[in-house]
Design a protein around this ligand. Sequence first.
Ligand SMILES: NC(=O)N[C@@H](O)C(=O)O
Ligand code: NI
Length: 177
Amino acid sequence: MRLIPEPLNAQVFAPFGEVIEAGDAAPSFFINGGTTQRFHDLAAVTMMEEAEDSQGSRPVHAGISVFRGQARRFPMMITMLERHPKGSQAFMPLQGRPYFVVVAPPGENDEPDLSQLRLFYASGQQGVNYHQGTWHHPLLALEQTSDFLVVDRIGGGSNCDEYPFPDGQSYVIDTGK
Ligand SMILES: NC(=O)N[C@@H](O)C(=O)O
Ligand code: NI
């Protein structure tokens, strides 16, 4: 089955997370004597604490990392999704390059509802913050190797559930170029 890319905006992405974008619709105010416009609280970082029994591990914190994603080749077969049940995960492009986002809503089951699978085209000015538990495909950089600032939970316990699609069930994504 082929997934059709949809333009990304805060409304359509709301079931999956937030869009991080310094646009006209974003709440903002001026600080630093009017020299800086603060686009305020665009997304929430959520994290679950350590399990009681995790001895000696570093305290849970929101880590800031850089992901250097290699350009994917298209058309591409999507055969799995993952989720982070203990924390949110945010991606912000650092070089203004577009990327694809594949998501399915979070839920109580151990499997995503693939009937609600969505493909979004994110511009190079849009970041995404996946809600805790939102099913998503790992980073899908387009065109060229691209750097992304990533904010997610660093801490103990298992925080990455992977779901390989059942045999014979796969989805094709393409840039249409
Ligand atoms: N595994 C990892 O750190 N990256 C994924 O979570 C991803 O969403 O790219
Ligand atoms: Ni992830």
